[in-house]
Ligand binder design. Structure first.
Ligand code: SF4
Ligand code: SF4
Length: 442
């Protein structure tokens, strides 16, 4: 195929997938004040309106999909704050997803040869994230690395930072991994304490299951203590969010179908997750599978039953608190929980209910922390600029604890605490860690 033919093929595909949606934009600019990349980069190409315009032009064949569109789309966090702010409901997420998909396909068709980081990412997406046992093994290595003191040696000598500055900084911000012996089991039922109010399935995720399994264990024990029986589906897998962000539509659909099947086998009330990014992906399986007749209804039912854990806990009036919390707590929204799933009040309601705690809302808590899946690894400098600005607001609240509800955001906030030199006075926790601790679950 000649280069011109390739260009036309991908422009046409982009046109088909996104042109009508992109045409809905009336260029009013209401979305600009909520876009973190526009606020820090101050450049129209890094704004929602600018990106939509570029997608339109690429779909019309006026600009090149790789040379002109790829960078602005790569620098978009996918936080979807623009979608919520838009007065005419432009579906930015659909436009963004279509652009990523077409960029990835055209790159595969034309690029020679892939870079090392492309190869590494592809290997991880294919051979690590969907394989829960491999990820658990990686988590066990991390536990060994931390618990034997090896991590202290590498931190003091800054070896990791010499190889990769982002990896070095994130390594220091990683929470302590819990011993593999304390892990919950797939396929297991965990009985409710006292009278059973409902039975739910719990979505363990991949990163959460590997390196933050303590938060998953606490989630399960907290639900049990609130009278809810919990099942961990045997065949559940990665939600596909990272695959989707890399434009890997077929791989994302495959994971979605496996998760729908795993949930259907159980016949429980809800599928509960505790990670905003995963929850958002699960929440959009209906859109993902809308063009597959045999999956459409099953996906709709699945989405109807997917809940963030804060939605379920906020409905419980008698959370069995046992302890007083010390100090001020502030909250950083997970964009995918807030902007995609529309969950804004439940986490705040829960934090306000913790005995002894003072909740202080942080300025711009609704704006993205720039974690964005692996955005912070791929676009480290841009991400840190947004994070450092956010930390100024966090520090002003005088909070001793910043809470969030997504593993990526949690790591990012912990890194923000490290970078701004306040780690002696401030900690970053997942919301479940706070509620569980106040209920006497360690
Ligand atoms: S998704 Fe977030 S970063 Fe991307 S254009 Fe919208 S507001 Fe900006
Ligand atoms: S708010 Fe909506 S219509 Fe206005 S510029 Fe942004 S995307 Fe376009």
């Amino acid at each position: 195929m000649k280069t011109d033919d390739i260009d036309t093929k991908y422009s046409e595909k982009l046109y088909e997938l996104s042109y009508d949606a992109a045409n809905m934009c009336v260029q009013c600019g209401y979305c600009l004040p909520v876009c973190p990349t526009y606020l820090t980069m101050g450049n129209e190409a890094q704004s929602p309106r600018g990106r939509i315009n570029l997608v339109k032009m690429a779909a019309e064949g006026k600009i090149d999909i790789i040379n002109d569109l790829k960078e602005p789309m790569d620098l978009c966090l996918g936080c979807r704050a623009c979608e919520v702010a838009c007065p005419v409901n432009v579906p930015y997420g659909d436009i963004y997803g279509a652009a990523l998909n077409v960029i990835a396909e055209k790159e595969k068709a034309t690029k020679s040869p892939p870079t090392m980081s492309d190869k590494l990412l592809q290997t991880m997406l294919k051979n690590l994230f969907p394989k829960k046992n491999r990820l658990r093994t990686a988590g066990s290595f991390l536990w060994f690395y931390q618990s034997t003191g090896l991590s202290k040696i590498t931190q003091n000598t800054k070896i990791v930072e010499m190889v990769s500055k982002p990896m070095g900084q994130f390594e220091r911000a990683l929470p302590k991994v819990e011993s593999p012996t304390k892990r919950y089991k797939f396929g297991e039922h965990y009985k409710a304490v006292g009278e059973r109010k409902m039975i739910v399935a719990f979505f363990p995720g991949c990163i959460m299951d590997a390196v933050m399994s303590k938060i998953n264990r606490q989630s399960i024990e907290l639900l049990q203590k609130c009278g809810i029986e919990v099942v961990i589906p045997q065949n559940i897998t990665c939600c596909g969010a990272l695959h989707s962000h890399q434009g890997e539509v077929d791989a994302t659909k495959k994971l979605a179908k496996q998760n729908i099947e795993a949930f259907e086998e159980l016949g429980v009330t809800y599928l509960i997750n505790n990670a905003g990014g995963c929850g958002a992906m699960l929440h959009e399986y209906d859109k993902l599978l809308a063009d597959e007749p045999e999956w459409k209804n099953r996906a709709n039912k699945f989405v109807d039953r997917s809940r963030d854990i804060t939605e379920v806990l906020a409905e419980i009036d008698d959370i069995p608190y046992e302890k007083e919390w010390q100090g001020v707590i502030t909250y950083q929204d997970s964009c995918h929980l807030r902007n995609v799933q529309g969950v804004v009040d439940p986490p705040r309601k829960l934090l306000k209910s913790v005995p002894g705690a003072t909740f202080v809302e942080m300025k711009n808590s609704h704006l993205c922390c720039a974690s964005g899946g692996i955005y912070n690894l791929l676009n480290f400098e841009e991400s840190m600029e947004i994070l450092d600005e956010k930390m100024l607001h966090a520090i002003k609240t005088e909070a001793s604890t910043i809470v969030t509800t997504n593993p990526g955001c949690l790591l990012q906030m912990r890194l923000g605490i490290e970078r701004s030199g306040v780690k002696n006075n401030m900690q970053g926790l997942h919301l479940i860690e706070v509620i569980a601790e106040a209920c006497g679950i360690n």
